[in-house]
Design a protein around this ligand. Structure first.
Ligand SMILES: O=C(O)C(=O)CO
Length: 274
């Protein structure tokens, strides 16, 4: 499958962040995109005022953009937090409070993928207990996702940038996917294959694609090193995305990279805009 045949969406939590949240969907549309994704837009507020959700809904539909991926509440991203669901106490409570709010919002805008970041290891907490809490919270999230017809995504991050995040290989994230599906019987948990994070971990991307494409519900890309646009680092996206297509993946590919200037100028590498 050539780059021209892929379905790309723009991550509006890393691109177009020079604009206020509500102006980003229109900016993505002006750059030629009809699909966008978001990290949970209110990092300190798992249950925002409904007016804020209404305003985001209106911004998405007013721009003619489809939300194709939404992170559940994950604390402050990209740091210091890396998710909340395995963090005992207030963070886990915030995640739980967010699950139905995010799922209902997703349903209201036709978004069918919810990404659940696992969370950092915490000093003084037993890793086994954190994993048990994570399974409990992911089970809740999988049921909420199922209620709104969505997939629950589980993502591996990279160890150099997320040293306390326990899922830093494709295999470890897929193992959690399997555990959640076994616990719920729903089969709606899927792997979020972020090629930047896997590459940063030194993982063999070709092998990861061949092995896990059929368990993958969403893909995100950035070049490595640097987390910039394709072409700014060393990854061969023509080959990698072709391989993904040949391995059977035909879902969205989220552009989750840092622009090195105005975001509108960060898409020259795409054949359709280049
Ligand atoms: O925080 C990150 O780096 C992510 O990829 C979140 O989805």
């Amino acid at each position: 499958m050539s780059l021209r045949d892929q379905r790309f969406d723009v991550n509006l939590s890393i691109l177009f962040t020079e604009l206020p949240l509500l102006e980003r969907p229109a900016a993505a549309a002006a750059a030629g995109f009809t699909a966008v994704e978001l990290w949970w837009p209110w990092p300190t507020t798992p249950t925002p005022d409904p007016a804020e959700l209404d305003a985001l809904r209106a911004a998405l539909s007013g721009a003619g953009t489809q939300l194709v991926g939404l992170n559940l509440y994950a604390g402050e991203l990209p740091g210091p937090d890396r998710g909340a669901l395995s963090v005992p106490g207030a963070e886990s409570d915030r995640f739980r409070a967010n699950v139905d709010v995010a799922a209902d919002f997703a349903r209201s805008v036709g978004c069918t993928a919810l990404n659940a970041l696992y969370g950092n290891r915490v000093d003084g907490a037993d890793p086994w207990e954190q994993d048990a809490l994570a399974l409990e919270n992911l089970t809740l999230a999988a049921h909420a996702a199922d209620r709104v017809g969505a997939t629950l995504l589980i993502e591996a991050l990279n160890a150099p940038e997320s040293p306390r995040y326990p899922l830093v290989t494709a295999a470890s994230a897929v193992e959690v996917v399997d555990r959640v599906n076994a616990a719920t019987g729903l089969g709606n948990a899927r792997f979020l294959m972020d090629l930047y994070h896997l590459s940063r971990n030194g993982e063999d991307l070709r092998e990861a694609i061949d092995r896990y494409a059929d368990r993958t519900g969403h893909v995100q890309i950035a070049d490595d090193p640097g987390r910039g646009a394709p072409g700014t680092g060393g990854l061969d996206f023509t080959e990698l995305l072709d391989r993904l297509g040949k391995a059977g993946y035909d879902g969205w590919i989220g552009l989750e990279y840092k622009p090195d200037g105005p975001s509108a100028d960060a898409f020259g590498w795409l054949p359709r805009t280049g």
